[in-house]
Design a protein around this ligand. Structure first.
Ligand SMILES: [Zn+2]
Length: 347
């Protein structure tokens, strides 16, 4: 058979094929070891020598063309097959793995929502911060002993004449003066939730943790507003039966300063259960975190006149507050950051 006739014959046979099985049969018929193409090639011995070269060239070309026709058809048929599969609604689907937010992210969202309801605006300030905003602006001058408590991590960088060294912010309070400078004039209602860093690691501390910092500055702000805000938060975040108490304390950047305690959910604030000492709390109360009335020096650093305005602030650990929920039974804070999926799936 001459090459062109063979090509036309293969072409029509392949184009009429409707399934892969028949196509494979045609492949053997034409391109197989003893197939029509190879038989045609063998005929070269009967061709006059002056036409051999021309015949060989044509025969090779036809072989390649048939091979290409076969491949194109195979692709076409297998795609049709796939499309048919997609329409098979009886096929059981594969379930993709469902992720969810990390429990610390969940807590942050919840805390933001609770404070948003009473007009606090979410803010975020640098985690890599000047020493000035972390300490000096908060009434802790250079070499003040209170700085030692912060277990600060310093960045190896040139020191600025005004702002000092660069640190990893040790508390969200570093955002207080930045917020005052940003807003300019009160009222200020900020909730700053951010990562903090301290050189400390044990069952209640991780080197990186989160704080939420509330700051309210306006005319005639008093301790009553602070207490009311604390009570509102614990009722929303824990339950209706929880209340707070303020215990006098000392911080450099607030005056007066308080530790905020919450009544224990296990013994309901009694400190004992059936005559036995409660193991969860200290005499019916648990410590939540620090708070106080903004120190006049801090207001001044933020460009606010302490004779006209006053304010309160509080800074609490997100992880700590979350772990104190009675439905969350985590006794080691480090579990939160081990990224063990078996642990995280439970929340
Ligand atoms: Zn208790």
């Amino acid at each position: 058979m001459d090459p062109l006739t063979l090509k036309l014959q293969a072409q029509s046979a392949i184009s009429e094929t409707e399934n892969v099985k028949k196509l494979e049969e045609l492949k053997i018929t034409y391109l197989g070891k003893n197939g029509l193409v190879n038989q045609m090639m063998k005929e070269i011995i009967n061709i006059p020598s002056d036409q051999k070269q021309n015949f060989g060239k044509k025969a090779n070309q036809v072989k390649q063309e048939i091979q290409l026709l076969y491949e194109q058809k195979l692709q076409e048929l297998s795609q049709e097959g796939k499309q048919q599969e997609w329409f098979d609604i009886t096929m059981p689907g594969k379930k993709p793995t469902h992720g969810h937010l990390h429990l610390v992210s969940q807590a942050i969202e919840e805390i933001s929502d609770i404070f948003a309801k009473i007009g606090f605006i979410r803010a975020r300030y640098p985690e890599v911060e000047w020493e000035y905003y972390n300490f000096e602006a908060l009434n802790m001058s250079k070499n003040h002993p209170a700085r030692d408590e912060f277990e600060t991590l310093f960045i190896d960088a040139p020191v600025n004449e005004k702002y000092g060294k660069i640190v990893l912010s040790t508390h969200t309070s570093s955002g207080q003066v930045r917020e005052m400078l940003r807003v300019g004039q009160p009222p200020i209602r900020m909730i700053n939730i951010a990562k903090c860093y301290r050189r400390q690691q044990d069952i209640t501390h991780t080197i990186m943790f989160h704080q939420f910092e509330g700051l309210v500055v306006d005319k005639n702000i008093s301790i009553k507003h602070l207490k009311g805000t604390m009570d509102y938060f614990v009722k929303q975040f824990y339950d209706e039966n929880r209340k707070t108490r303020l215990r006098p304390f000392h911080f450099q950047f607030t005056e007066p300063s308080f530790e905020v305690d919450i009544n224990c959910a296990v013994c309901l604030g009694k400190g004992e259960i059936n005559g036995k000492k409660c193991r969860t709390c200290k005499q019916g109360w648990l410590e939540l975190g620090g708070s106080g009335m903004v120190h006049p020096n801090v207001l001044k650093a933020g460009g606010i006149d302490p004779n006209k305005y006053s304010g309160f602030a509080f800074g609490w650990g997100v992880e700590r507050v979350y772990m104190m929920r009675s439905d969350v039974k985590i006794d080691d804070i480090r579990y939160l950051y081990e990224n063990d999926i078996r642990f995280l799936r439970q929340f």
